[in-house]
Design a protein around this ligand. Structure first.
Ligand code: MN
Length: 331
């Protein structure tokens, strides 16, 4: 797979890298690291994300490579720019959100590099996916490490390390394989400072965010004798706390901490009135199967979905689906 990816990248000189809407540390880390490598090889590379690079990830982009998608301005002709378009950390094009129509209209060769599960081909010319990888960044590491050889540029090493940290939950989740730890050790030996990355990724809360967590946890709900725990956040809750959508990022980790919990969920409402859920499973319940029913997906133990439905209706439907999945998987 990596040989095919290398051949694809080698055969194009103008390459656009994008990731899913609301980019995370893995998508940004993988994009920046790959861009650093391709630029060093003399290629023209752009990274465009939507809606923008989150502030807490800006430390990964000291050169200012990452462009926030601006359809009316700088990116009006974006579809025409690339020879090759690589979607990173997603393998379903609609997960690009507002970039999806641009992607549909580009004459570029279209490919994806990803570690998420998917059921069917999604209309790419080429697919580079490996669901056994812990992170998209791990795939980029496997590609670039042998090609760069000795010392890695500091920007690349830090981006790779941050991507691995992000998707393994700082090496806590079930995808924290020996291979990931070996890669992390290599990157630390290259000069990455783990404490600096941890602080940048995780120790950045605002008072508004902590108030939002408090408000959400005050409404903690338990079902099935505490095996399913969830919190819900409405737009009114965000407003009341002065919080932003980004502040919801790791809230689902809170109900997940409960002793005896099998599935944790965060329900939230988007500004345009749609409903979202993030589901986390401790080990046995397949939450990807639950999210698939609502047009979402991800991994077996971590998945999400977004629907055009009122929050309360969606919450009731997902709750029923989770309880039925638990009845099936917890035997
Ligand atoms: Mn990922």
């Amino acid at each position: 797979m990596l040989d095919r990816l290398a051949a694809f990248l080698d055969s194009h000189s103008r390459i656009l890298l994008t990731t899913h809407e609301n980019p995370d540390g893995d998508g940004v880390g993988a994009s920046v690291a790959l861009a650093a490598h391709l630029k060093a090889e003399g290629k023209s590379v752009r990274i465009v994300v939507t809606p923008h690079l989150p502030e807490y990830l800006s430390f990964l982009d000291p050169e200012g490579w990452v462009e926030g998608f601006d359809p009316a301005g700088a990116h009006a002709d974006l579809a025409q720019w690339p020879e090759a378009w690589l979607l990173i950390d997603a393998s379903e094009p609609h997960r690009m959100g507002p970039l999806f129509p641009v992607f549909q209209g580009t004459p570029a060769v279209r490919a994806c590099l990803d570690h998420h599960l998917k059921d069917v081909p999604q209309g790419f010319d080429l697919e580079f996916t490996d669901p056994t990888a812990s992170a998209s960044t791990e795939l980029v590491y496997d590609l670039v490490r042998p090609r760069v050889g000795g010392d890695l540029p500091p920007v690349m090493a830090q981006a790779l390390y941050a991507g691995l940290v992000s998707d393994t939950g700082n090496f806590r989740h079930s995808n924290s394989t020996p291979k990931v730890h070996h890669a992390a050790a290599d990157l630390i030996a290259q000069g990455v400072q783990p404490a600096r990355v941890f602080n940048a990724l995780y120790q950045t809360a605002t008072p508004a965010k902590l108030k939002l967590f408090g408000r959400a946890m005050g409404g903690l709900q338990l079902r099935d004798e505490g095996r399913f725990a969830y919190v819900a956040v409405s737009q009114a809750d965000l407003l009341a706390c002065g919080a932003k959508a980004d502040d919801l990022d790791d809230l689902v980790e809170e109900p997940r901490k409960l002793l005896g919990v099998e599935v944790a969920a965060l329900f939230s409402e988007t500004p345009d009135g749609r409903a979202k859920v993030s589901l986390r499973s401790r080990e046995r319940v397949d939450v990807n199967a639950v999210c698939r029913r609502f047009g979402g997906g991800g991994h077996r133990l971590a998945s999400g979905a977004k629907v055009a439905m009122p929050l309360a209706t969606f919450l009731a439907e997902v709750e029923a689906a989770v309880l039925s999945q638990m009845a099936q998987d917890l035997v």
